[in-house]
Design a protein around this ligand. Structure first.
Ligand code: AMP
Length: 284
């Protein structure tokens, strides 16, 4: 496994591989890797000659400095996991090489896609994501890039970036990997206090319940109320938002016809103790 911290040697390595006709799959991560991340690596390895995994906690996508500071860092373990998976290239740059003192000079606008849900609660987040992912795409020139449905809104934002900037690559969205109890795997889960683990399941249970209600023709408004009810009475669990949206545009759904084949997504976010969790599920 080749590990790069600097851009130029990595670019040379990629250029040589491309010249030899090799295809490149790219999996961007912020490290603290778990099975969810590894499912992206496996998908990439299946369809590309070389897989590049980046490990970089991008400061411009954090609007909360404490969240950035507390973001788990487990580089040695991450490298072991990637080696075991047969990942060929790891890129773990530092802030100086990724930004060169130029934080925040480029701005993206995504309209509704960035003013709702994560964009609303984490101002500037998607600008930071779009910026860093564009940099990675330019450096690596991947044939395919792999992202998780876990961050559905992020995937839709990246789709806009690829479309608008004519990046010549295919985006692949990988389903959410869950613990056996249903909790969506996340690097943040390791920060959940032992006594709160059970309560963290509430987010998953709320999605399942919402899906059940909608499938039983309960209205969108009533479903939302019932989900909000589920969170009442818990001290350490706080619902930030629950939305029922179009799975492509994230526009709010006000009614859903049971027999329709519309792409409907249930999206949820909130806190368990100090830890912020997000999750989502498609109706079909
Ligand atoms: P992160 O390190 O949190 O930025 O995640 C890196 C990539 O892994 C993103 O595209 C995430 O959507 C994806 N990912 C995170 N958690 C999961 C999961 N539980 N299942 C599948 N993909 C995931």
């Amino acid at each position: 496994m080749d590990i790069f911290e600097e851009i130029q040697p990595l670019k040379r390595h990629i250029k040589k591989a491309k010249f030899e006709g090799k295809t490149i799959g790219f999996v961007p991560t912020m490290g603290a890797l778990h099975e969810g991340h590894l499912s992206l690596i496996r998908a990439s390895k299946k369809s590309n000659d070389l897989t590049v995994c980046s490990i970089y906690v991008n400061p411009t996508q954090f609007n909360n400095s404490e969240d950035l500071e507390k973001y788990p860092k487990t580089l040695d373990n991450d490298l072991n996991l990637l080696e075991e998976e047969g990942c060929e290239i790891v890129f773990c740059p530092n802030d100086q090489s990724m930004y060169n003192g130029q934080n925040g000079k480029l701005e993206f606008k995504f309209g509704h896609l960035e003013s709702t849900m994560e964009g609303k609660f984490r101002p500037g987040h998607f600008n930071g994501v779009a910026l860093i992912v564009s940099k990675f795409f330019n450096i690596l020139q991947p044939d395919k890039a792999y992202f998780g449905q876990k961050d559905l809104q992020q995937f839709l934002v990246i789709e806009q970036v690829v479309k608008n900037l004519y990046f010549d690559l295919e985006l692949v969205c990988i389903p959410i990997l869950r613990e056996s109890n249903g909790l969506a795997m996340s690097s943040r889960n390791m920060r959940i206090a032992l006594e709160d683990k059970e309560k963290a399941l509430l987010f998953y249970k709320a999605l399942i319940e919402a899906k059940r209600l909608i499938m039983n023709k309960v209205s969108v408004a009533e479903t939302k109320l019932r989900v909000e009810e589920l969170f009442k009475g818990y001290e350490s669990v706080q619902l930030e938002y629950f939305h029922i949206v179009d799975g492509d545009t994230l526009e709010e759904k006000h009614e859903i016809r049971a027999e329709s084949s519309e792409k409907v997504a249930f999206c949820i976010a909130g806190y368990v103790g100090q830890v912020r969790l997000i999750d989502n599920m498609f109706l079909n």
